[in-house]
Design a protein around this ligand. Sequence first.
Ligand SMILES: [Zn+2]
Length: 302
Amino acid sequence: MANRELVVLGTASQAPTRRRNHNGYFLRWDGAGLLFDPGEGTQRQMLFAGVTAHQLTHICVTHFHGDHCLGLPGVLHRMALDRVPDVVEVMYPGVNEDVYQRLRHAALFHDALLLVERPVVSDGLVSTTEAFSLEARALSHLVPTFGYRLTEPDGVRMLPAELAARGISGPDVGQLLRDGRLGDVSLAEVSEPRPGQKFAFIMDTRLCDAAFSLADGCDLLVCESTFASADEGFATEWGHLTARQAGRIAAEAGARSLVLTHFSQRYEYGTESRLRDEAAEEFGGLITLVNDLDVVPVPPRR
Ligand SMILES: [Zn+2]
């Protein structure tokens, strides 16, 4: 099992189809587990994908259209049933606090959940851990919607040859990392910068500056691509992206890889490769057009 990967739980926009569940995405990031936009049926899709309630550390909802949140009550219920003992952070558009509260308390169950709710009211940082920070930016949809971006802090990579040349090994390496210096050897002499990895999640939006900011330099970018270019008029009217626009965002933002998902049911299952082709005309990096239960690894560090 990779340490960092996207587990795709569902890929349908608006209504599930025979082959595609409502949205749902689980990002495994070392010891953290971030669930994005749990649509209807997410609890069962987690079962199929081997994702357990105990693995959830964060839940991020972009907006409260049903295909992005109707699975939240089921997931919360399951977390309670499985007696998840840990604190789980929940992010969502704060202006719709009433909708969140209805979903939070949609059913009766023994409720011992330890949720830390972080309603998002403006662009900026929404959560930090030692391993990453999570920021949100308002997108351009029909209802209040935020995209999310996970950023790992930059670090350093030790250079074994340089360490060996100076006779540094074992616990001394740890001390050098902590103190930035060991005797007359500086950390910079025996290491090189290691850029942190970045992930972005962009759902339900027209083209907007925030989408490009969220995607900036991402290792893995998940982007809705509801429509083909021929239906761009619908995309603009209903606050969505075409696959070509998703490709443009990835290209202009310098993303390394792009996941296309959230497909309109108007495109018959198996014929969506045209969406990938349209995105590929804009973006030369790796494009993965996902189906339910696909697993997409975060690309290895540069
Ligand atoms: Zn929507």
